[in-house]
Design a protein around this ligand. Sequence first.
Ligand code: LLP
Length: 445
Amino acid sequence: MRQSTNQFQKPVTTKVNSDGNIEIGGCDLVKLANEFSTPLYVLDEATLRGICNDYKEAFSAYPKTHIMYASKALCTKAVAKIVSDEGLGFDTVSGGEIYTVYKAGVDMSKVLFNGNNKSFDELSHAIGLGVGRISVDNFFELALLNEIAKMYKTKANILLRITPGIECHTHEYIQTGHLDSKFGFDMTQIDEAVELILTEYKNINLHGLHAHIGSQIFETDIYADEIEILAKEIARLDEKFGLKLNEINIGGGLGVKYTDSDTPPSTYEIADIIIKKLNEVIEKYNIEPPEVFLEPGRSIISTCGVTLYTVGSSKQVPNGKKYVAVDGGMADNPRPSLYQAEYYAEVANKKETNEVENITLAGRFCESGDILINSIELPKLEEGDIICVYNTGAYNYSMASNYNRVQKPAMVLVNDSQADIIVKRESLNDLVSHDVIPDRLENDR
Ligand code: LLP
């Protein structure tokens, strides 16, 4: 089966240059660290465009496919601009993500809005900006959205998010399709929701059904199971209510290769399975070929990103581990401490060295759990070495915090030997810019 760009552990442009340093997008990582300082998120444009292209090509045999990048994985204006230039749509989950893609010039009819507790303001904003589809999660939201659409004298175009009862093998915090999940309508509640839409909620236009099973998934058949459930439901709703739904959204979730033991399927393999299954259910349930939406986040952006850190202190525990600490950690990448996520790293400036040792790569934050990599063989490290942690494009910056009052790193986009800042490094002033000392407390600084 043809390999896809997101099956690799590193950005496609990664190589060792004539100085013996790692480069990505034609940019020497050591020079990037010197110029932009560390920690630094680096994003490779060629990998991003390559992955978008794989998705488009892989699904070209089913032209009614819509790839909606799940911007929760990484949402910045430049990323949104590139992804939308590549022709993809967006799955958003907050007013902030909607605003970001809007500011990036995205066609708002190609934006979906998901989430289990969207606010009145967020829903109004979405309707006002002409967001293409809203995936309604529960009865409360259905009623609220109907009211908002009435206020706007329009109809809200929606999908119903359902919980298909499929369990996948991933970390329990990122499973979502199982029956007691907080997301979506239980299968037994669908009829009641449909009846409300058909009788009471005149400002709601129902187009189809949506489900999402979980994240960092390697199983492929799970998508076929999901399509079976959604198509069967569409056929059943037609029979019971005469309702012609012609959209299904099967969510995101495809996994990537963080470490050697991860074996993500190829986008081409997944597309084959999905398209075969679609053709099968279209015939089996005698339904119109539906418009099919996918919401990949991690599998689009993870491989494109790396994080650069500078080595600082180290500690050899007598008869124990050697800790080497870098200038970032759980605030710029909370995934190891949240999900026991594993990462792979290399030393950007010592690619050619033979002398290796096993170390624990520790962060700089005040928690024992702030460990980026528990055990890794790396060339003997010295203060000032530049570490490159791979596969940090997804759910790193988007989940970053200012824990310990540390500024969030900058992000640069690299391509053809050029590096451009796409997110500025926070300054100390940024950190205090939202703080207010009430006048009565007086402050002379
Ligand atoms: N669609 C829906 C409705 C979702 O809830 C998600 C992710 C996606 C699409 C995109 O899933 P992806 O293709 O990226 O797996 N913070 C966690 C991941 C949480 C995913 C939440 N939902 C992590 O760092 O692993």
